[in-house]
Design a protein around this ligand. Structure first.
Ligand code: AN7
Length: 368
């Protein structure tokens, strides 16, 4: 991949096995860091852009669809891009403890980076609505976890208050360093494709990530690293779509617990990005999410979490509107292993249990 060579060529190769130094080091001149900033990194970024061969073929019209598979970050989600920045800056400021509200991925990422930077990590989560893999991570990374009787929006309200009351750095996406780190995903896409895509399809919860991508696409465009800006296609789950209805949802509902958010804090930024990019916000149903989730797995070999599949579900919903010969990137924000319960409940696999270890019996079952 030429872009990895281009970036990595600048480094000694001693930083990690393949020479990738982590996104702050790689994109330093685009980020608010100085020589004084202690860089806390797990070598996040440089995630693969994978062509979706089967889905591109089924849409036809010469369209090329790629997945930006950010589930391959160190803690399994795009949050690591923002967290390396937020935690490094918190460390620079002498912070001893960070706090966040989370539907799961932010808590895993915050805990990993905070502990690596020798800080305490306090996380507030909605009791019973965080996928198993994410909870397992927060526990193992040594977070101090408070599960509240209430949803994400309530938890965010609380941590915003607490960070004003106590000496705690808030690391939700209201922290501006989060978006700075996350904008590097747009840089990577342009570095690899040689230009911006025509559309960027992305799931939205608090709408930090879509806002960050827009920052990144605009900065590279202004620096003449691309000749166009993408249309932002932001998708929410139907039962949890405050940005589609333009109203707060008091009791958001969706199988995609990562984006079960009723009052997005980055609402204004997201609407501005939508207007500037001439984009579209829409919802997808849980059935559409699961259908895209399954297709990604069994046709493309890509396992993402349900919230991430919303980007592909949205693209499929808009397939009649896709311009001929366009290039589209769908952001797969989190790894499928984050939510094993969803995987086990939603698949079309043939799974035979309690079978005797007998070739005759097995071959009969398999129709061989
Ligand atoms: C897999 O972890 O809000 O629109 O607390 O985990 O930037 O909020 C997660 C959000 C998409 C939405 N995909 O991103 C949290 C949290 C996955 C996510 C989103 C999230 P934003």
């Amino acid at each position: 991949m030429t872009f990895i060579k281009n970036i990595v060529g600048k480094f000694t190769g001693s930083e990690s096995k393949n020479g990738w130094p982590g996104l702050i080091e790689a994109y330093k001149k685009w980020l608010p860091v100085t020589s004084q900033t202690p860089i806390i990194t797990l070598k996040e970024g440089a995630t693969p852009l994978i062509e979706l061969l089967s889905i591109s073929k089924s849409i036809g019209k010469g369209v090329k669809i790629y997945a930006k598979y950010d589930g391959l970050n160190p803690t399994g989600s795009f949050k690591d891009r923002g967290m390396t920045m937020a935690i490094s800056k918190a460390k620079e400021d002498g912070c001893k403890a960070v706090i966040c509200a989370s539907t799961g991925n932010t808590s895993a990422s915050a805990a990993a980076y905070a502990r690596r930077g020798d800080m305490r990590a306090f996380v507030l989560i909605p009791d019973g609505y965080v996928a198993q893999g994410k909870l397992a991570q927060a526990l193992v990374y040594g977070a101090e976890i408070i599960a509240i009787k209430g949803n994400f929006d309530k938890a965010l309200e609380l941590v915003q208050k607490m960070s004003k009351e106590f000496p705690l750095t808030l690391v939700n996406s209201v922290n501006p360093y989060r978006l700075q780190g996350q904008k590097t995903a747009a840089f990577e896409i342009i570095d690899e494709l040689g230009n911006a895509p025509d559309w960027l399809c992305i799931p939205m919860g608090n709408a930090g990530n879509i806002s960050a991508y827009w920052l990144g696409f605009k900065e590279y465009f202004e620096a003449k690293k691309s000749t166009k800006l993408p249309k932002l296609m932001g998708y929410q789950a139907k039962g949890s779509a405050p940005l589609v209805y333009n109203q707060i949802i008091d009791e958001p509902k969706t199988i995609a617990t990562a984006i079960r958010i009723g009052n997005p804090v980055n609402k204004e930024k997201a609407y501005k990005a939508k207007a500037e990019s001439n984009g579209t916000f829409d919802y997808v149903t849980d059935d559409e999410i699961i259908s895209a989730y399954k297709r990604l797995g069994k046709e493309e070999g890509i396992f993402c979490e349900p919230a991430s599949a919303a980007s592909v579900a949205g693209l499929l919903k808009y397939s009649n509107n896709i311009p001929e010969n366009s290039t589209i990137v769908c952001v797969l924000t989190g790894n499928g292993l984050k939510d094993p319960d969803c995987a086990i409940k939603n698949n079309d696999a043939s799974f035979y249990t309690g079978i005797n270890p007998d070739m005759k019996e097995i071959s009969k079952i398999l129709g061989l």
